[in-house]
Design a protein around this ligand. Structure first.
Ligand code: UT7
Length: 341
């Protein structure tokens, strides 16, 4: 884990979000697979999720959210960035990365652009990578986007996956600044455990199991061992959160005003809040409206939290996430005075 200290910090100075217009309710999903509104609400807290239409790819959502974040950041009079990072589990294509296309279509010129693949932890990993570029002096301003069209990799027969996951995108602009400024990210705690790599998978289509030789065993769909993932998610997000909170010696009481966690499952969010000693009411929830949007989850939640008034300038915020890999992480910041777009 890094510790806050001297040197350049990455400051959140813009935020943009986007979900596709169509919202699939639990009631409508119940007509497509064997499930019910009561089961989904009680097991996950989800009421609906947004689904992209067939002509919309991950880059389209990323560009919309990224453009809005740049607009939000332009209040400071600067619309340029030096680098673009896209965190996604559902890139437009296996090759090349989605970020260069996003940078080009946003008119950002020939800036470095790359994807981060850490599934639901991707946005936190992307923030850490962006903060690293700034700390090293490689960039002054970085656009970090989390974007997913998760509905594309779900098995139409998988009632559990279809109940949980949705599509969307969120983005922030980071700029170089001082560690004690509002919006400064840090410390970060990041981790992985590849011994659990079989718990969340899309098996076919990579070098281990390529399509041409996979034959009848080919499985292009997302698979998750829900129970094992649930247990790991609670444990890892709790530990990671505790580590960054312990390092925040400047926070009286050692607790955040608001937890903005990856919206994995409402029961997971409550279990993490209980374990770190935060009131459940101080754990922001928008999973009821957007479902689990993987790498897009945290920036979408930040946007909704700011717009709802749950986040305002000066509030102490804990971010935490868990995802396939297995991967996890946490980070803190004091919320800056920004206008999400
Ligand atoms: O985003 C980061 C990674 N993801 C997560 O953190 C998600 C973690 N896991 C979970 O959120 C939960 O494990 C799930 C929501 C995926 C599943 O909930 P669960 O309480 O662990 O259910 P389960 O898989 O143990 O299934 C319990 C029962 C089963 O029926 P039987 O075998 O007991 O008769 C399932 O077939 O619920 C059934 N079931 C459903 N029933 C109605 C599973 N999905 C559904 C469904 N509708 N959509």
């Amino acid at each position: 884990m890094n510790t806050p200290g001297a040197g350049r910090a990455a400051i959140v100075c813009g935020l943009g979000t986007c979900v596709p217009p169509y919202a699939l309710t639990n009631e409508e999903l119940s007509t497509l697979v064997d499930t019910s509104d009561a089961w989904i609400r009680s097991r996950t807290g989800i009421g609906r999720r947004h689904i992209a239409d067939a002509s919309t790819a991950t880059s389209d959502l990323a560009i919309e959210a990224g453009g809005r974040a740049l607009k939000s950041a332009s209040a400071e009079g600067n619309t340029a960035v030096d680098a673009v990072i896209v965190a996604t589990t559902t890139p437009d294509h296996p090759c090349p990365a989605t970020a260069p296309l996003v940078a080009a279509r946003l008119g950002l010129g020939t800036v470095p652009a790359f994807d981060v693949a850490a599934v639901c932890t991707g946005f936190l990993y992307g923030l850490a990578a962006g903060a690293g570029l700034i700390a090293a002096g490689t960039a002054e301003r970085v656009l970090v986007i989390g974007a997913e069209t998760f509905s594309r990799i779900l098995d139409p027969e998988d009632r559990s996956g279809r109940a949980i996951f949705g599509d969307g995108a969120g983005a922030v602009v980071l700029r170089a600044g001082e560690p004690d400024e509002p919006g400064a990210l840090g410390p970060f705690d990041l981790g992985s455990d590849g011994t659990g790599s079989d718990l969340i998978t899309v098996r076919t289509g990579g070098s281990r199991d390529p399509y041409p030789t996979a034959g009848d065993a080919a499985d292009p769909y997302f698979r998750m061992n829900g129970k094992a993932v649930f247990r790991n998610a609670v444990e890892r997000m709790t530990e990671s959160s505790r580590r960054v909170l312990t390092a925040r010696t400047d926070w009286t009481g050692g607790l955040p005003d608001l937890v903005v966690a990856h919206q994995a499952n409402l029961r997971i969010l409550h279990a993490v809040a209980d374990r770190i000693g935060v009131d459940r009411a101080d754990c922001f929830v928008n999973i009821d409206r957007v479902g689990n949007t993987a790498a897009a989850s945290i920036p979408l939640a930040l946007g909704d939290a700011d717009r709802s008034g749950a986040l305002s300038a000066g509030r102490r915020v804990l971010l935490t996430a868990f995802g396939g890999g297995l991967t996890w992480g946490a980070c803190t910041l004091t919320w800056p005075d920004i206008q999400p777009a």
